[in-house]
Design a protein around this ligand. Structure first.
Ligand SMILES: *Cc1c(COP(=O)(O)O)cnc(C)c1O
Length: 374
């Protein structure tokens, strides 16, 4: 057989045709490994799963020759009962991050806009671009808090989705119920608002005015254009198993479910989520220790001269400007991994008292406070 010069099958230099717009997306870069370092970089819970949850995972492992329940029926029914909604109002996803991507796919045609604050959760621009939509970033207001009026003003006829991360990752700041309500009343009812409540379990009523504690599920009653995202990855301690959920109107939930990757919430994750709901009280009690520690850590940082916004989550944000990357590298050399955002700041997860002390030992050192002051 003769092959012509123009037969692409025989041209070793020919490239596969890929989506050109993905060329500008950053490729995944594995983090540098620091053997033995404490990990305060990903907002995980420090204690491992409770024994009953480990038992449920082990029992479910016996059945992994079978496909998982594609509808995650048992988990959705258990969540619906707890939240006082119908099971048709709950969707389960492979982490709430995959629900974020499903939401963009379910609402946006190419060129439609997804609006969110910046800085906020790093996944928002990525899932937006992957779905062929256009990210629109609205700067956070004073004190690194969501500027909801500016977000309202940024809504156009191309806006399909508005993401509000409350408390906000990575700054830890939160807006109260009344402000959210005012915002939701003003957003056109044709635009879907997603309230990402990955850290809601770390909110405390005493940090808000009377009746001002935000709760997306309560706010969503009677509002078909509000959808709430929550996760088992943070307070429930199942980050490694990948399971999160959405609560919204039956119509939105049904459409979001159409772009679900079949069977992507595995059977171990479903079993672990159910077992975690059974011991919910004990898991939520563990957040009290984190809340106490975050106050202690923030106070120590403020006293040392750092700028740290009031945090309502299981992490603190240190405003370090140009020194963020160096702070993070020095901290890793001192044995503690934190999450840098080059040119802006670092996010530090609140761990247990020992872990936090290790971090503070570095943060209060002359090297570190020098970087904070520059
Ligand atoms: C951690 C986090 C999530 C949860 O992600 P999973 O995919 O459920 O692990 C969602 N939103 C924000 C803002 C987060 O920080």
């Amino acid at each position: 057989m003769t092959t012509s010069r123009h037969d692409p099958a025989s041209d070793p230099s020919a490239h596969v045709q890929l989506r050109p717009d993905l060329g500008t997306l950053p490729a995944y870069v594995p983090g540098k490994s620091w053997p033995g370092a404490l990990k305060l970089a990903s907002n995980e819970t420090s204690p491992g799963p409770l024994p009953s949850v480990v038992g449920a995972i082990a029992a479910a492992a016996q059945g992994v020759n079978r496909y998982p329940d594609n509808g995650s029926i048992a988990v959705r029914e258990a969540l619906a009962e707890r939240l006082g909604v119908a099971a048709e109002q709950v969707a389960v996803g492979c982490g709430s991050v995959s629900l974020c991507q499903q939401l963009v796919l379910a609402t946006c045609s190419p060129g439609d806009e997804v609006l969110f604050a910046w800085r906020s959760f790093e996944a928002y621009p990525l899932v937006t671009l992957v779905a062929g939509a256009v990210p629109v970033r609205v700067p956070l207001g004073p004190g690194q808090v969501h500027d909801l009026d500016a977000m309202l003003a940024a809504i156009t006829e191309r806006t399909r989705l508005v993401m509000v991360c409350n408390p906000n990752n990575p700054t830890g700041t939160a807006v109260g119920r009344r402000e959210l309500e005012r915002f939701l009343d003003a957003v056109p009812s044709t635009v879907l608002v997603v309230l990402d409540e990955a850290y809601i379990e770390y909110l405390r009523a005493e940090d808000f005015g009377a009746g001002d504690l935000p709760d997306g599920v309560a706010l969503g009653r009677g509002r078909a254009n509000l959808l709430v995202l929550r996760t088992f990855s943070k307070a429930y301690g199942l980050a490694g198993l990948r399971i999160g959920y959405a609560v919204g109107s039956p119509e939105v939930i049904a459409t979001v479910s159409k772009v679900y990757i079949p069977f992507s919430v595995n059977s171990l994750a479903q079993a672990a989520a159910l077992a975690s709901l059974d011991v919910e009280a004990e898991l939520l009690e563990r957040t009290d220790a984190v809340v106490a520690e975050r106050g202690r850590v923030r106070d120590a940082l403020l006293a040392a001269g750092y700028t740290v916004p009031e945090t309502h989550a299981n992490f603190v944000w240190l405003d370090l400007g140009a020194n963020a990357a160096e702070f993070s590298t020095r901290c890793a050399e001192a044995g503690v991994l934190v999450r840098p955002f080059a040119g802006e700041g670092v996010r530090v997860t609140i761990g247990d008292a020992y872990e936090n002390d290790q971090f503070l030992a570095f943060a209060l050192s002359d090297v570190a406070t020098g970087l904070a002051r520059q």
